[in-house]
Ligand binder design. Sequence first.
Ligand code: C5P
Length: 201
Amino acid sequence: MAFTIAIDGPAAAGKGTLSKGIAAHFGFGHLDTGLLYRAVGWRMLSGEDPIEAARGLMPEDLDRADLRTPEVAQAASKVAVIAEVRAALVDFQRAFARRAGGAVLDGRDIGTVICPDAEAKLFVTASAEVRAERRYLELTGKGQIVTLDQVLADVRARDERDMNRAEAPLKPAEDAVMIDTSKLDIDAALGVAIAAIRTKM
Ligand code: C5P
């Protein structure tokens, strides 16, 4: 049986960790759709046309180790405003969403555009300061040299671009359950999310 869980929200709100935890809890597959845009952004930084890159995206493009840098994140949010790039990535995401055994997809437009009929939808947020601090700890923990101010500016620039674009802007679906993780640790957020999803099963 296919059961789709759509998880949207801004950068560094905790979607990734939460999605992995939810997928593990229910035994579902998980697709981090940001990786698709990051892979296209990476290929644009290497000189490729982003539309061609999106149309020719290969599964192995998602396994690159260097997709998690701030430069690639910014490039991802730039290619993500291009309608043809978004269109080229739709079928892959929808096929994943309907896979047998259940699927968790996290991104910006899963509940609104990719899977408007998802059985469960969550919108995960936190204040920009909390998100920047989490991302700062994550990046410095991996040995990257960044300042908190840089990360905050990066988070705000991406929020701005993601919320104000014409194509599939970041916004909660009308039927999404809102989860603010500013004051929740991961276990608490996971508990809230799993309880919300269970009511749809
Ligand atoms: O989630 P992540 O931070 O990896 O996403 C990188 C960028 O990709 C986002 O800032 C956003 O511009 C874009 N994106 C998107 N739609 C999605 C997932 C990501 O536009 N479903």
